[in-house]
Design a protein around this ligand. Structure first.
Ligand SMILES: Nc1ncnc2c1ncn2[C@@H]1O[C@H](COP(=O)(O)OP(=O)(O)OP(=O)(O)O)[C@@H](O)[C@H]1O
Length: 618
């Protein structure tokens, strides 16, 4: 029965289905593929004819079984192929899904990695200690001891009671053994003459930063104080130094060549000058009563002739208010020493340790010969700068009123779309919104001059201030604006940090600063000490989208109206499904660390090895 032999079968098939192509002359065993179904048909046909012939039921049965086996095999093969195909397809699906996820994840991961790298770099910055302390590994573990104590009835309060007071004023604190908050100036044991003076200035109850910050500083603790613009930080760091100086002077009066007891560092001359004037009024008020000795304060900043200050230098020195450059100069020339200096405060501290002043600050610290109390204050201090600063402080207390970098809620923020060429004309219209005084900010010195010129032409009494003006011009501008002789001050960033002008009704931001912190400081010139004010900001196509996004989030946070053109700006991070947390470096809410304008600016400065003297801290 040859027919059952596969070789024979193949031969039969070969004769019926000639090859469509030939592999080679020697390939005479080649058998073309015949589909199984066709083979089965053929076989069945053959079998039935054979069955009809003679071989009997047995053979037919066997052949039938063979065929069925073959069919089953074939079905199995198909099933397997189907399964394999599905698995393959599934694997492909999974692969492409994973690839898509990976692509997304990689973006996210990349951003996270980049963020971590930058944060690591910030963390690993050399500590804010003097080089001597760093070199010798000097590390203080105890805060400075002071004799000041809160009244007994406050000391007797439980921690829960303290915490309830903090919650009442939205004060957030961090640190060990946090001193108690004190709600009344009288309980802070401040001399009556100062209390009377404050009262005459309608300063009757401490603001939140003062009610927690002053007792903390009085207790000798290192402190990071963050609170809104215009919330009274200056008093919070000046009063403790005045009290410390008073205590030292009362113990052993300082003579010529001795002192200072403490120093206040400011990033600009204007701010140094303003703080100096504040200290003078408070120390004069103190001395008036006759019970307390006079305290001697020196203003140490560029643009002031040292010889003019010989009178101040001829006595023991209690307090120095300084910009970093001139202070280093004076210390190097040994005009005075920090041998007995115990108190170092930095106003607008994030700027001081962040943009170029850092080495100067470290240099200044190297003049201290003993342990000091260190205080840092600002309205804007992103978390990472706080973390960095905290490493350099001793058992620091963090006092935070509101989110660091949030806008003052007493400022009504209006953002308007104004085409570049229409700005000047619109500015005049805008000036009508409120009575004077008004401050106009521009990021560009030439623009500041142009605006002033235009306003003068239009009959508006305007002064201008920026870093390229001489010291006399700057002083004149501030003085005449403060006194009310001039209605409008046009300023570059210089006037935005910490300057406290009376009752500014309206701030106009002619060109939106790239960094949202600058915006917060600028609008913060109005709405001070509990009063309300308006800030109008011009934006247009020239304003970077990221800045607009930061602005949009800031307005939302402050519960302000978001104009439609801002509302429609989409956050690319939301579109990509990324994290929406704010930038830990600049505090901007509309971007992450990887595209932080402040970092870019820092890098630019570093590359240009250029110190931030534009506004004359020196
Ligand atoms: N307890 C108080 N009650 C009422 N007014 C106060 C009080 N303390 C300070 N002030 C007034 O508030 C105004 C703003 O204070 P200050 O300049 O210290 O604000 P700041 O928090 O330092 O603001 P910035 O962040 O802009 O520097 C000043 O005119 C000051 O006299």
């Amino acid at each position: 029965m040859n027919s059952a032999n596969p070789v024979n079968r193949r031969r039969i098939q070969r004769s019926r289905s000639p090859p469509t192509y030939k592999l080679g002359d020697d390939d005479d065993t080649y058998v073309p593929y015949v589909p199984v179904a066709q083979r089965r048909q053929e076989k069945l046909a053959k079998l039935s004819s054979w069955g009809r012939a003679k071989n009997g039921a047995q053979d037919t049965q066997r052949e039938q079984e063979e065929l069925e086996d073959e069919a089953k095999e074939e079905e199995k093969r198909r099933e397997k192929a189907r399964k394999e195909r599905t698995l393959l397809m599934e694997a492909q699906d999974v692969h492409s899904r994973k690839a898509a996820e990976d692509a997304k994840k990689t973006e996210e991961q990349k951003a996270t990695e980049e963020e971590e790298e930058i944060l690591e770099a910030i963390k690993s910055r050399k500590k804010l200690l003097s080089d001597l302390e760093l070199a010798k590994g000097i590390q203080y573990t105890e805060s400075l001891k002071t004799s000041w104590r809160p009244p007994k009835y406050i000391r007797d309060r439980t921690e829960q009671e303290h915490q309830r007071i903090r919650e009442k004023y939205a004060i957030i604190v961090e640190g060990e053994d946090i001193p108690s908050p004190i709600e009344h100036f009288a309980d802070m044991k401040i001399p009556q003459s100062i209390l009377d003076y404050l009262k005459s200035q309608r300063i009757t109850a401490p603001t939140p930063i003062q009610l927690q910050g002053i007792p903390t500083a009085f207790s000798g603790r290192d402190l990071i104080g963050i609170a809104f613009t215009g919330s009274g930080k200056t008093l919070a760091f000046c009063l403790p130094l005045i009290m410390l100086a008073l205590e030292e002077e009362t113990k052993v009066p300082l003579v010529r060549g001795e002192g200072p007891v403490g120093v206040i560092l400011c990033p600009s001359r204007e701010l140094a000058n303003q703080t100096y004037e504040n200290v003078l009024t408070w120390t004069s008020a103190l001395a008036k009563e006759g019970r307390y000795p006079p305290l001697n304060t020196l203003l140490c900043m560029g643009g002031i002739s040292v010889s003019e200050q010989s009178h101040t230098m001829s006595k023991g020195l209690h307090i120095v208010v300084a910009t970093p450059g001139r202070l280093i100069d004076m210390l190097e020339k040994k005009k005075f020493t920090f041998n007995n200096c115990k108190y170092l405060c930095m106003d607008e501290a994030d700027r001081m340790i962040d943009l170029g002043f850092e080495d100067d600050v470290r240099n200044i610290m190297s003049f201290f010969k003993r342990q000091r109390q260190t205080l840092l204050f600002s309205a804007t201090m992103p978390r990472k700068i706080q973390d960095f600063a905290q490493q350099s402080l001793i058992r620091p207390i963090l006092v935070n009123v509101g989110r660091a970098g949030a806008a003052n809620l007493d400022v009504l923020q209006v953002v308007e779309y104004v085409k570049q060429e229409a700005k000047m004309v619109y500015l005049l219209e805008c000036l009508q919104k409120t009575p004077p005084p008004v401050i106009i900010f521009s990021e560009n010195k030439n623009e500041v001059d142009d605006i002033q010129e235009y306003l003068l032409l239009k009959g508006v009494e305007a002064v201008a201030i920026h870093g390229s003006k001489t010291q006399e011009e700057r002083q004149y501008a501030i003085k005449s604006f403060k006194s009310g002789a001039k209605d409008v001050m046009v300023a570059s960033g210089v006037a935005s940090k910490g300057l406290d002008f009376n009752e500014i009704q309206h701030v106009i931001i002619f060109s939106m600063p790239k960094e949202i912190e600058d915006y917060v400081h600028q609008i913060g010139r109005t709405g001070r000490s509990g009063k309300t004010g308006i800030a109008t900001t011009f934006v247009n196509m020239n304003t970077p989208e990221q800045t607009l996004l930061d602005l949009k989030y800031l307005l939302m946070e402050a519960g302000q109206k978001v104009p439609p053109f801002l509302a429609t700006i989409e956050d690319p991070r939301a579109v990509q499904g990324g994290s929406l947390k704010g930038c830990p470096v600049c505090g901007g809410l509309g971007h992450g660390i990887s595209n932080c304008p402040k970092l870019e600016e820092t890098q630019r400065r570093q590359m240009a090895s250029h110190r931030p003297q534009d506004d004359g801290g020196y």
